[in-house]
Design a protein around this ligand. Structure first.
Ligand code: HEC
Length: 165
């Protein structure tokens, strides 16, 4: 009887050793498994950068925050007719320093009668209304630009214009 007990004790002990060994093997393989999620995290980093706020000077108009950095891109819609450099008139007058300027005031530019007669001053607010629908704001203007529907784009381009004075 004693020898039978001893045998069974040895058998149990061996099973325990086997059991202790297999988790050991799994642990050895674990570091490889950990590396994969670490690599999967990397692509998220550029997305976080893109979501960072732009660094341009900002203005408040129409209840929105206009960003000059974004407005510089929106200004591409104006470049076919307007230069931002001082003294450069094209189809339209230079827009250098336009924020705060009286309408129709650029020397040497041939404005429409509507522009010359206008009492408007190009504040952020008047530009916000004008750019949405130039002909509605100033009937008779020769600016043949349909207007900018998106309020955010208007706020951004006005921030850009203000930064260029
Ligand atoms: C197709 C040509 C054209 C495009 C595009 C255009 N403009 Fe003009 N813009 C003009 C002309 C021409 C005038 C002069 C209007 C007049 O005399 O009635 C003018 C006048 C203006 C004025 C008044 C300037 C002043 O001295 O009184 C502002 C401000 C202005 N444009 C802003 C813009 C902005 C911002 C954009 C782009 C979103 C733009 N324009 C796109 C042709 C254009």
């Amino acid at each position: 009887m004693r020898s039978a007990l001893t045998l069974s004790a040895i058998a149990t002990a061996s099973l325990m050793v086997l059991a202790a060994c297999s988790p050991g093997e799994k642990t050895a393989a674990a570091p490889e498994a950990v590396e994969a999620p670490a690599a999967a995290v990397e692509p998220a980093a550029p997305a976080a950068e893109a979501a960072a706020p732009a660094a341009g000077p900002v203005i408040q108009v129409g209840g929105l925050t206009g960003d000059a950095t974004k407005g510089a891109v929106v200004f591409n819609q104006c470049k076919s007719c307007h230069a931002i450099e001082a003294g450069v008139n094209r189809v339209g007058p230079t827009l250098h320093g336009v924020v705060g300027r009286k309408a129709g005031a650029v020397e040497g530019f041939r404005y429409s009668a509507a522009s010359k007669a206008s009492a408007a001053v190009w504040s952020e607010e008047t530009l916000f209304a004008y750019l949405e629908n130039p002909r509605k704001f100033m009937p008779g203007t020769t600016m043949s630009y349909v207007g900018m529907r998106q309020p955010q784009q208007r706020a951004d381009v006005i921030a850009y214009l203000k930064s260029q004075s």
